[in-house]
Write a protein that binds this ligand. Sequence first.
Ligand SMILES: Nc1ncnc2c1ncn2[C@@H]1O[C@H](COP(=O)(O)OP(=O)(O)OP(=O)(O)O)[C@@H](O)[C@H]1O
Ligand SMILES: [Mg+2]
Length: 512
Amino acid sequence: MATISQLWTNTGSGLATLMFVYTIFKQFFPQFGDNLEPLFHRIFSPFYPYIQITFHEYSGEHFKRSEAYLGIQSYLSKDSSARAKKLKASTTKGSKSLVLSMDDKEEITDDFEGVRVWWQSKKEGASRQSFSFYPEADEKRFYMLRFHRRDREVIIKKYLDHVMREGKTIELKNRERKLYSNTPGQSHGNNTKWSHVTFEHPATFDTLAMEETKKEEIKSDLVKFSKSKDYYKKIGKAWKRGYLLFGPPGTGKSTMIAAMANFLEYDVYDLELTTVKDNTHLRRLLIETSAKSIIVIEDIDCSLNLTGQRKKKEEEEEDGDDKNMIEKKMMKNEGENKESKVTLSGLLNFIDGLWSACGGERIIVFTTNFVDKLDPALIRKGRMDKHIEMSYCCFEAFKVLAKNYLDVEESEMFEEIKRLLEVEEIKMTPADVGGNLLPKSEKEGAETCLKRLIEALKEEKEEAKRKVEEEAKKRKEEEEEKKRKKEKKAEMDAEKEKKKKIEENGEEECGV
Ligand SMILES: Nc1ncnc2c1ncn2[C@@H]1O[C@H](COP(=O)(O)OP(=O)(O)OP(=O)(O)O)[C@@H](O)[C@H]1O
Ligand SMILES: [Mg+2]
């Protein structure tokens, strides 16, 4: 007599055979297979411990690929490219590289918190026999997730979230990044709109000439920011951070922005304030920016109409070269800026008004050559959280440039360069140092370039000395002029006094 366990074994193998036959049958006669499936499920579901979820490529009425499907595709691409035997390569709009995903009818497993799941890529074929111009359009693709029913909780509460989150991260990594600008050429009615090109700037923190400690500090600040979504929520602040980059021209402010964007894999919005019509337009541009982006306003000191107000206020105080340079830049911008009515309060609202919180994960960067001339309200901590000074080339920064430009890490000429930069304190921007290190022909070797730099540094020293002497001479002349004027005034005052006295004496005599 058969025991109970034998009975179960026989039933099990019988069911397995039936399943096998059914699968073969379905492959050869898909149209019948689809019709029989519900019946099959009803018979077998009490013995079948697995749950299935399907994620269709197109769902809803709009012919748009489902976010869930694309997220799963990205999530599975990392494992399927390593494990699946049949792969499918496709390009997705806005993606910088081919996306490899498992081909139809492939299956891979995934493990999560000790739970195993099975993912299958499937296609519901066009059941009609008629000829179609677009056979692809008749096919419906979907992913099918299978898991044991005992794992239902973990899958529904945690795993699916994990898949979507990871998928989104991979999607963002693969996307082609963009550089947006609001140039007047792209005007829409009276207002400029964002237009974009692919962001391809090669600058990275490795190529940036700067002290290593400062670089590391900025990098860790950026990483901390990008991972602080929950923290910002906890403290009730919008998820954004302001950077102010200041320093003389050619010290790498724009390069630093490119390096930041490449480091965080963010898009860049280069905001040209002079073409923004008014505060409302500014707000609209802000709303149209996406998360994971850096919004840049270069030369903030010269690009605002409010500099006009400041100009009046500070005109008397400004002196020397700074004043001339600012005025030159402002005059240039004022020509383009006739239409702009953006005000300081409009800009402050842009940075931290209510609208600035929409989207989240944004970095705002201002650059300026003259930090002292900026309105304190604009750069106070909280608005511009981190102030970074980009300064003249130090020896450490030179070493980065020498390695990047010439592949040289050590040379006997380094000692002389170090002396010139550190002891003689010669000021040369990284842009100029780079210019001297750049080989001018195929024949020029590293040694020639380093010698050229040494010569240029010495010339710079002479030039600086000349400038100091000229300035001292000018100051002396000014002082002498002042002294002369003072003496003349004193003379005139004495003369006046004398006249007054004579007149008074005359009156007295008459009175007598
Ligand atoms: N710190 C740096 N590291 C590497 N390259 C640099 C650095 N600074 C300047 N350069 C080089 O000099 C060029 C000019 O630099 P950049 O445009 O970043 O200067 P900037 O500070 O933005 O100047 P400006 O104030 O005129 O806008 C860049 O193309 C870059 O190659
Ligand atoms: Mg710049």
